[in-house]
Write a protein that binds this ligand. Structure first.
Ligand code: KG4
Ligand code: ZN
Length: 340
């Protein structure tokens, strides 16, 4: 493993994060300042507030990442930053910071796609994982089924047509009154509920077997709550959470298994914030054991938004000489299979 050290910055949503990663797998530091408490007041991320907080926190977070890694900027070989997708204001804070450091130090600059970062989080703890493999990326903003052809080539084979899986968790949690962020709250409530209590429909998407749709399931939950209220019936939030979670987890698992069979690959890696979900992890573990394929999943600290995963993805771009110049800009809607 090479000893290339990359200082990585991530600020695409509500986590201000910096990390130092050596040789594309070894995390020397991973500092995350989460703004969740701030946004909980509003029931979701407020982009303007997030941008302001990133500006306040980015320098101390970077300084802590360098000192925890036992480094100064003179030990660093490249600066990496998430340039998209995400919220434009928050992304701009990270991109401007990375460009400033690269300009001041003369170090090469690398723009990293956020979803590639989530997938690359799997390399940190799994030395044996190498492309090609299938990755199921489930986060607050994205739900993608991806064929990872090599360290820098990604082919999307399925994506959500409407809500992302995490978004559906967050919206349903709000409707049940569990609060924000909804994913972990549904996960906990579901452990106390009966997943067979209510049968929610599993959406099929016309024209693509691999695409997802979660808005139908979300509406079905909202309709169920409304009907119960109209009839004066009480709904057990834990049963509702468990039944909703089961429907989402089943669809995600079925699509992942279908991709594994079709592409003849033997490894599948879960990624993104929803990859922390205990029911999804269990369902994927079982399905992969049945299919005889290896299942990989990052620890929860590397599932949530973090900069270590950005440093890992950047290492492979570094090896290929894919450097950015100072025209690098925030791209809130950049696709994973689009060249930057
Ligand atoms: O990847 P991430 O940190 O940010 C984005 O890139 O979007 O994902 C955040 C999403 C949120 O929707 C959150 O509710 C969801 O991940 N999430 C979970 C769990 N932990 C976080 N969803 C279900 N179960 C969990 N345990
Ligand atoms: Zn993310």
């Amino acid at each position: 493993m090479s000893d290339i050290k990359i200082l990585a910055i991530e600020s695409s949503c509500d986590e201000t994060a910096a990390a130092v990663v050596e040789g594309g797998r070894k995390v020397l530091s991973n500092v995350i300042y989460s703004q969740i408490d701030l946004h909980t007041l509003y029931g979701g991320v407020v982009p303007e507030i997030a941008s302001r907080k990133h500006i306040e926190k980015i320098n101390p977070v970077i300084e802590t990442a360098l000192s925890e890694a036992g480094c100064t900027l003179s030990d660093i070989d490249a600066i990496a930053v998430t340039y998209g997708p995400g919220l434009v204001g928050p992304l701009l804070v990270g991109v401007a910071e990375a460009k400033a450091i690269a300009f001041a130090t003369g170090l090469p600059l690398i723009g990293v796609h956020h979803i590639k970062g989530h997938i690359c989080a799997n390399y940190i703890e799994h030395e044996d994982l190498k492309p090609p493999f299938i990755s199921l990326v489930v986060s607050g903003g994205h739900t993608h089924l991806v064929r990872v052809a090599d360290y820098c080539t990604y082919e999307v084979i399925g994506r959500t047509r409407d809500d992302a899986a995490g978004e559906a968790f967050d919206k349903v949690a709000r409707a049940i009154g569990l609060g924000y962020p909804g994913g972990p709250k549904i996960d906990e409530a579901a452990k106390k509920g009966n997943s067979e209590a209510i049968v929610f429909p599993k959406a099929k998407v016309e024209g693509s077997a691999y695409d997802f749709s979660f808005s139908g399931i979300k509406s079905a939950v909202l309709n169920y709550i409304n009907h119960a209220e109209m009839k004066g019936e009480t709904v057990d939030p834990c049963d509702l959470a468990a039944s909703f979670q089961k429907a989402v987890v089943e669809v995600l698992t079925e699509h992942a298994v279908m991709a594994i069979r079709q592409f003849g690959l033997h490894e599948i890696a879960l990624a993104g914030g929803v990859a922390s979900n205990t029911a999804l992890r269990a369902s994927m573990t079982d399905a992969c054991a049945r299919e005889g394929v290896r299942f990989y999943c990052p620890s929860p600290i590397y599932c949530t938004d973090n900069a270590a995963m950005i440093g890992v993805a950047a290492y492979h771009e570094y090896e290929k000489g894919n450097f950015a110049d100072f025209t690098l800009n925030a791209e809130p809607a950049v696709k994973i299979d689009q060249q930057s």
